[in-house]
Design a protein around this ligand. Structure first.
Ligand code: SF4
Length: 453
């Protein structure tokens, strides 16, 4: 089918003229995109990617301006922009991104998820839920036929470490130690400094490293991350990233460099609260963040990590929304691995008080509900939580844990203990070796590299 048959040019141009203050620039971009898609203008894949990137960003400008509240006509043409960008990018046909509508569609939740949600009711007993989550985890992540009587029955636990590359950030997230314009000692690691930090982690045994960085366009560029990722990949590491949302093309660049996983927490799915917690900076753009994992999957990233920051909003409603989001991603990208994490606010800077209190039993319940709804998902737990609770959750349903973490750039080489420069304080201070020894003593197979089940 010709491009003009798929995307009717005249009404699209008319909509742009009528609605866009930058119509002249947009029309020229569109005309260019049509010529390339119709093969009238020879172009390299790089040029096609650049065009796709501009169409994609234009669509998000619209979504942000309207805060997702679109008239049917706007929706139709934004879908066109999305699909044109996809064609230019050279990926196969797919339905348009409708994340925002579908996330509120209860039909997205299959029977497993719907059943799991019943256990969000705090009146339901926790013990049987814990047992089901434990059994499911052993079934999906354990050795097929082990006679080992220890509680984990030989199941795999992946250990990883975060590597903080930069604490510079332009965002105002009210709960974060790196928020702008907070007066803290900030640090951005050069490529050589990043290698030195990574070498500390390599010596500790880690082969799965999560690169973390604030959003600071002049420093934390896609190419900067790609350079670190390429080096890590050559060293036999499977690198993941927890960085600002990227465009599809930039995610593709990170995947090509070797990034195996993108972790992108929505923080909260409650849009009103989201706007309060993210008053300024690019993170204020809900849609750009919300569709980030979909773009990462389109960019060929293999693992998609979702999360909510517990304490910011109603944890039950946020958990439901996150599970619908995951179901949406799973339906669109069935070959991707889904991972969940539930970071919980314990301490926050400048007197920030999390309005929702999440006690340990609710915390455990939420993880168990995720296991029931997504039996094959990776459930990730960080060192924000104390050792006793981490041990308890490890024995129930967690499949991936950080260990020996430091949350300040440069902190592994020049460890000074807790203090300024950290994004959040660590509660479990066991070293990677101590963590691995404890896991082994409980009957786990400790994995340092992603991939093994
Ligand atoms: S949460 Fe992330 S984006 Fe927000 S201020 Fe902290 S580092 Fe920056």
């Amino acid at each position: 089918m010709s491009t003009s048959a798929r995307f009717p040019i005249a009404p699209l141009f008319e909509w742009v003229r009528r609605t866009d203050v930058h119509a002249a620039v947009r029309l020229s971009l569109l005309a260019n995109a049509f010529r390339v898609l119709d093969g009238e203008e020879p172009s390299s894949q790089l040029e096609r990617n650049a065009l796709a990137d501009r169409l994609e960003r234009w669509r998000y400008q619209w979504l942000n301006q309207q805060r997702g509240r679109l008239a049917p006509e706007d929706r139709r043409w934004l879908d066109c922009l999305d699909l044109m960008a996809n064609d230019l990018f050279g990926r196969g046909d797919r339905p348009p991104r409708r994340t925002r509508q579908l996330i509120h569609d209860r039909r997205l939740a299959g029977p497993e998820i719907a059943e799991a949600w019943q256990h969000l009711d705090p009146a339901r007993p926790l013990a049987p839920l814990v047992e089901r989550a434990r059994t499911l985890t052993i079934e999906r992540f354990g050795e097929p036929a082990t006679r080992d009587p220890r509680p984990a029955s030989g199941r795999r636990m992946l250990l990883y470490a975060p590597l903080y590359l930069s604490s510079h950030c332009i965002n105002y997230c009210t709960y974060c130690g790196f928020r702008y314009p907070r007066d803290i000692q900030r640090r951005h690691l050069s490529f050589d400094e990043a290698k030195s930090e990574a070498n500390v982690l390599l010596k500790r045994g880690f082969r799965h490293i999560l690169l973390v960085g604030g959003e600071f366009p002049r420093l934390t560029t896609t190419e900067y991350y790609a350079q670190v990722i390429e080096w890590l990949t050559r060293e036999g590491v499977a690198p993941a990233v927890e960085i600002a949302p990227q465009s599809t093309c930039h995610y593709a660049r990170l995947a090509e460099a070797g990034a195996c996983c993108v972790t992108l927490y929505q923080e909260t799915y409650d849009e009103t609260l989201y706007a309060e917690y993210h008053p300024k900076g690019s993170k204020a753009s809900y849609d750009w963040r919300f569709e980030g994992l979909d773009r990462a999957a389109d960019g060929a990233v293999g693992r998609l990590g979702l999360g909510i920051l517990l304490g910011l909003a109603d944890p039950v409603e946020d958990t439901r929304a996150m599970m619908r989001h995951a179901a949406y991603l799973q339906a669109r990208h069935p070959d991707r691995t889904i991972a969940f994490s539930l970071p919980r606010i314990h301490e926050a800077p400048q007197g920030f008080r999390a309005p929702y209190r999440i006690d340990d039993d609710l915390f455990v319940r939420l993880y168990c509900v995720l296991r029931l709804g997504f039996p094959d998902a990776e459930l990730v737990l960080s060192t924000r939580e104390n050792a006793a609770l981490r041990d308890r959750l490890a024995d129930i349903c967690i499949t991936q844990m950080s260990a020996g973490s430091c949350t300040a750039p440069g902190g592994y080489e020049h460890r000074k203990g807790n203090g300024s420069g950290e994004q959040f304080p660590v509660s479990d201070h066991r070293t990677a070796g101590e963590m691995a020894a404890w896991l082994t003593s409980r009957g786990y197979r400790v994995a340092w590299q992603i991939g093994a089940r």
